[in-house]
Design a protein around this ligand. Sequence first.
Ligand SMILES: [Zn+2]
Length: 230
Amino acid sequence: MLVLHALSLAILLPAASFHHQPSNKPIQSQPIMQDVFKGDPFPTHWVNPGYMKIVWIQSPNYGERPEGTVVDTVVVHSTVDPTLESVARYFNTSKSQVSSHYIIGRDGSIIQCVSTFYRAWHAGRSRDFLGRNDLNNFSVGIELVNLDDGKDPYPQPQIDALRTLILALEYRFPLKYITSHAYIAIPRGRKIDPAGFPWDKLTGTGLKIMYKGYAPSEPGDPKPEVPHNG
Ligand SMILES: [Zn+2]
């Protein structure tokens, strides 16, 4: 029975199967990656890269960090814009004059827009609790896709991706602080993002988390009034 079975299989199979030649075709890359990179200058058919996957879509909005800068701070933002695609598109136009190093989607997909060795344009006028101005110089900016209304939840995959990214960045930079955009923006109260972010979920990264109210004001700054609901 076995012999017969093998024979009938041999008859059914096309001849080509018995003369298989090694293919010179390159190994196909992930369909998702192909989709994201299709089109110039921006993908025409968008697909999120997927949980914890990073796709680089370079923003034209960046510059040099001042010489000798030590990058020690992560600034967390929320986008207001509702999708990863719309934020990436916005950062991709020079007209917007804004960017961040990373954008993290609700599903934990990551888009990188600027090398962390360069200065991204995410914080605007800003001052930290040490009185250091212009956080773009010495920070990594990470945008979370979120409506920033204090109600829109930050899904767990998004938080996991943020946490993983911060832990990875700690290998490259002597990071010390994580701060909200709200905490450092000048004039105080100019920004509220990332509103409603569950900061307790970032504990254990070894970094000091600073988000309540505003960084201690310099003389002339309006006094902190309402701590944002971070
Ligand atoms: Zn922001």
